[in-house]
Design a binder for this molecule. Structure first.
Ligand code: PRP
Length: 214
C-alpha cells in the first residue's frame, strides 16, 4: 500500500478537520500532544499529515508533495489552480462580506480604499458592480483598518461575526459563502490506487454535495 500524504490547514478549520478524520475511523490521538510538530505519521505509516497555512495547502498539493489537502474555499478563491476540488466538506462555513464603520456610505461617489486578505474576491466583487476601487492587500486583523483610517471598508470572511462587532464594524453587503473543501493532486489520483477509496469514505461521511462556486 502506498502512503497517502494529506495537507491540513492550521487554525480556523483545524478542529473540525480532525473531527471529520476521526469519524472516518482514524485514531488521531498521535496528533493530540502535537506541541510544535508539523508532520505526523499514523502508527501504521499509511498516512502522513502536514499541518500548514491555508495557501500552502494548495502549494503542497499542486507540487504533489501532498496527495490531498483540506482547506477553506476562501483560500481556493485566491489560489484557484493546480489541484482538483473533490468535495465540499460542509464545515468551516463562512461568508465573504463588505464591512465597515457605521458612518461608511457605500453609495457616495468617492473612490473607495478597500482593505482585504482576499484581493481576488474583492476585485471581482467591485468589478461586477462596475466600481473602481483601490485594493489594499493586508495579511490579517483586517477589521482595524477602517477604524484607523487605512481603508474605507473591508472585504473579509465572517464566521461568528464576533471580530466585526468587537471592532465596531457592520456588514454592508454579503458577497458569497464558503466552506472547507477536499482537494487532490491530479497525478496522485491517477497513480495511487488507495486515494479514491479514501475520498469515497470521506464522501460517505459528508454526503454528496455539489461543489459550489467552482
Ligand atoms: C478570520 C477573518 C476574521 C475572523 C472572522 O481571521 O479574517 O478576522 O476570522 O471570524 P468571526 O466572524 O468568527 O469573528 P483569522 O482568524 O483567520 O485571523 P487573521 O485576521 O489574523 O488572519
Amino acid at each position: 500500500m502506498s502512503q497517502i500524504t494529506i495537507a491540513l490547514t492550521k487554525g480556523r478549520i483545524e478542529k473540525d478537520t480532525i473531527k471529520l478524520l476521526s469519524r472516518a475511523g482514524f485514531d488521531l490521538s498521535f496528533m493530540a500532544d502535537k506541541g510544535r510538530n508539523l508532520i505526523f505519521e499514523s502508527p501504521d505509516s499509511r498516512f502522513r499529515f502536514l499541518l500548514v497555512k491555508g495557501p500552502d495547502v494548495t502549494t503542497y498539493v499542486r507540487h504533489g508533495v501532498a496527495d490531498l489537502g483540506i482547506v477553506g474555499k476562501d483560500i481556493l478563491f485566491e489560489h484557484p489552480t493546480g489541484y482538483l476540488e473533490m468535495l465540499d466538506l460542509n464545515f468551516g462555513l463562512c461568508k465573504f462580506s463588505l464591512a465597515s464603520v457605521p458612518s461608511y456610505d457605500p453609495h457616495d461617489h468617492k473612490r473607495k480604499r478597500i482593505a482585504t486578505k482576499y484581493p481576488t474576491v474583492a476585485t471581482d466583487y467591485f468589478n461586477q458592480k462596475g466600481e473602481d476601487v483601490e485594493i489594499i492587500s493586508i495579511q490579517g486583523s483586517v477589521e482595524i483598518s477602517p477604524v484607523l483610517g487605512l481603508a474605507d471598508a473591508i472585504v473579509d470572511i465572517v464566521e461568528t461575526g464576533h471580530t466585526l462587532s468587537a471592532n465596531g464594524l457592520l456588514v454592508f453587503e454579503d458577497i458569497c459563502r464558503g466552506s472547507a473543501r477536499l482537494i487532490a493532486n491530479q497525478a496522485s489520483l491517477k497513480n495511487n490506487p488507495d486515494l479514491m477509496p479514501f475520498v469515497a469514505k470521506i464522501e460517505s461521511l459528508v454526503g454528496r454535495r455539489e461543489v459550489a462556486f467552482k
